[in-house]
Design a binder for this molecule. Structure first.
Ligand SMILES: N[C@@H](CCC(=O)N[C@@H](CS)C(=O)NCC(=O)O)C(=O)O
Length: 216
């Protein structure tokens, strides 16, 4: 293992999946350079971005150590796990708490994010907005919100007593609850968690990266 910290380049925009990574970088107080990739201007399809992630999506993290090829990581969940494991923070290395943390991380990665993104498409972005698509996509999100709310009624954070990668992955999507026609007032424990996590300076800093980015 290289003892020197890598040079880090983060490619992202003012989007929930990107902000998972910028929050994590800020929580870990790591040095990085942020590159704005405006997805509304289709910058994710520029050849230099496709060379990093052939899927043409952000976020992307590139870590470079002198003398070895850069490590390119895409998919927000993979980036969160990489950073957590290499810094021994926000994801236990083993044991039951690691497994529980991963279970909640997977719920957030595979349901909260994708379902909220689809709901946003049908509630706002699509040229046509059929009621059946809106009802279906919002219902999927409602089911996850109810799950998270019930969980957070029992414990302060998704994995238990400690803030973890599961909370970091969930936060930027919950911040866009309006996209999926959700009102936090309907979810008392989730709303209290949202206030708790919003108070973290690293979360506030991560939500502002890249500087000046707007999802218009
Ligand atoms: N599963 C991926 C999803 C990444 C993703 O969909 N990113 C969005 C921004 S939040 C994006 O790049 N959209 C542009 C596109 O799909 O062309 C992850 O978690 O990183």
């Amino acid at each position: 293992m290289n003892p020197e910290p890598p040079i880090r380049h983060f490619y992202g925009w003012a989007t929930p999946n990107s902000q998972r990574v910028s929050i994590m970088l800020e929580e870990l107080q790591l040095a990085y350079t942020a590159h704005g990739i405006n997805i509304r201007a289709r910058a994710q399809f520029a050849p230099e971005i496709l060379a990093l992630n052939p899927y043409g999506k952000i976020p992307i993290l590139v870590e470079t150590h002198a003398g070895v090829p850069p490590l390119v990581i895409f998919e927000s969940g993979a980036i969160l796990m990489h950073l957590a494991e290499h810094n021994s923070r926000f994801l236990p290395a083993d044991g039951a708490l690691r497994t529980t943390t991963l279970s909640w991380l997977m719920v957030v990665l595979t349901s909260l994010g994708p379902f909220s993104g689809q709901a946003h498409h049908w509630t706002e972005l699509a040229a046509e907005q059929p009621a059946v698509a809106q009802t279906h996509s919002v219902a999927l999100v409602t089911r996850v919100y109810r799950l998270l709310d019930a969980r957070l009624a029992e414990m302060p954070y998704l994995a238990g007593d400690a803030y973890s990668v599961a909370d970091i992955a969930a936060y930027p999507w919950i911040a866009r609850h309006g996209w999926a026609w959700q009102a936090l007032g309907d979810y008392k424990a989730l709303a209290a968690w949202f206030i708790r996590v919003s108070a973290r300076p690293a979360v506030q800093a991560g939500m502002r990266v890249p500087a000046g980015a707007k999802l218009d």
